[in-house]
Design a protein around this ligand. Structure first.
Ligand code: NAD
Length: 376
């Protein structure tokens, strides 16, 4: 398995492999870039078919975190961890403690949080062996779940895109199609309903749709019909690759803004949206409310940072997503390049120009005298 020449390697600063015979833990931590600060990203547990598949996933995801945090204006770098195994049958307390030891061994270069296959209780178990964790803070008032902040960030983004593309300051009567009414999608629907938008919704779980119809006066739409609706905005909040060969020609919305990760099946689809005059709000800018929340939850672990600081810093930073999007939209138009290309450039400008690279503290390192006296 090649690492340095891997197609997703992209100048990662560190890739660490860990195997613990006793607990069966097999894990990889990838640290893409720490120019802006410690690398923060979730720990995914997944039954990868091969080690190669796990490596590809962790490299791709950790690079994405560098870009997401830079675009969110956080003093954070990008990293990610994967545990190779089935979370339903292979997770144990001992395995999570061993993962905590692995994270601790990197000395703070990487900070973990929950992701697919791991939960807040899992991260709390890791925290018995490492302090480099986040996304578990009860003072965040959702027990560490960042979804409410993600939803608010999507709402802010959607509003910004509407102002830019449609020149309207309010959302009264705006027609929005939402695919996926889960933790983020349902809360987004609530914000939009409150702002007077008309909602069209779909979900594979009928109860979610029924709830939106009952509580938010939404119109239920069957499955794939969601793409072809005559609406102003399409908000993908379910799975990745919603914009693909089958769906792109059906779209009638002139704005795409939603929470789902990796909405474009390929970059060609982003170019096509641009060519057709559809304003695409890049997913990793739009859905950064979650990482922002996790960042401030971690700050609350320090004694001088209160829950009040958390609440006000969080909302200011999440609202800042709108400012970054405005810059991206304007540059995209001025340079006639797709928004996702401009978003990457903005992120690269931010992390490449950062000078205060994160370094481990030296408090635990042996002094010169100690190390020499051992060797004599
Ligand atoms: P979730 O699992 O709570 O909700 C997803 C919803 O989509 C579910 O209700 C599910 O039934 C529905 N769904 C799945 N497939 C569907 C389909 N084909 N058609 C219609 N509905 C479908 O997840 P979430 O936390 O709300 O996250 C939504 C998206 O946002 C995901 O792509 C996630 O990766 C991304 N995201 C979430 C966060 C966060 O803080 N939760 C942060 C960043 C990105």
């Amino acid at each position: 398995m090649s690492v340095f020449s891997h197609r997703e390697f992209d100048n990662h600063q560190q890739v660490a492999f860990f195997k613990d015979k006793k607990t069966g833990l097999k894990a990889i931590i990838a640290v893409h870039n720490t120019n802006l600060g410690q690398a923060l990203g979730g720990c995914r547990m997944w039954p990868y078919a091969t080690d190669e598949e796990a490596l590809t996933d962790v490299l791709r995801l950790s690079r994405g975190m560098t870009y997401k945090s830079a675009l969110a204006n956080l003093k954070l770098g990008g990293g990610k961890a994967v545990i190779i195994g089935d979370p339903r049958s292979q997770k144990s307390d001992e395995l999570l403690y061993a993962m905590g030891d692995f994270i601790e061994g990197l000395g703070g270069r990487y900070i973990t949080a929950e992701d697919s296959g791991t939960s807040v209780p899992d991260i709390l178990k890791m925290s018995q062996r490492t302090s480099y964790i986040s996304g578990v803070d009860k003072a965040s008032d959702h027990g560490g779940d960042p979804s409410p902040s993600t939803a608010y960030g999507v709402f802010v983004s959607l509003r910004e895109a509407v102002t830019y593309k449609l020149g309207r300051a309010n959302l009264q009567g705006l027609r929005v199609a939402i695919q996926g009414l889960g933790n983020v999608g349902y809360r987004l629907a609530e914000y939009l309903h409150e702002a007077g938008a008309e909602l069209f919704v779909t979900d594979i779980v009928q109860a979610n749709v029924d709830r939106a119809v009952g509580e938010l006066n939404a119109t239920a739409v069957a499955g794939d019909k969601i793409f072809a609706l005559d609406v102003d905005v399409f908000a993908p909040c379910a799975l990745g690759a919603a914009i693909n060969d089958q769906t792109i020609d059906q779209l009638r919305a002139t704005i795409v803004a939603g929470a789902a990760n990796n909405q474009l099946a390929t970059t060609d689809h982003g170019q096509l949206l641009h060519n057709r005059g559809v304003l695409y709000a890049p997913d990793y800018v739009v859905n950064a409310g979650g990482i922002i929340d996790v960042y401030y939850q971690r700050k609350m672990l320090s004694a001088d940072y209160s829950a009040e600081n958390y609440a006000s810093d969080l909302s200011t930073k999440v609202e800042g997503i709108g400012t970054t999007l405005k810059e991206i939209f304007a540059r995209s138009e001025a340079e006639n390049l797709p928004t996702f290309v401009i978003a990457d450039r903005v992120a690269e400008e931010r992390f490449n120009s950062a000078t205060n690279c994160w370094q481990p503290t030296r408090s635990n390192a042996p002094t010169a005298t100690q190390s020499y006296s051992k060797s004599v």
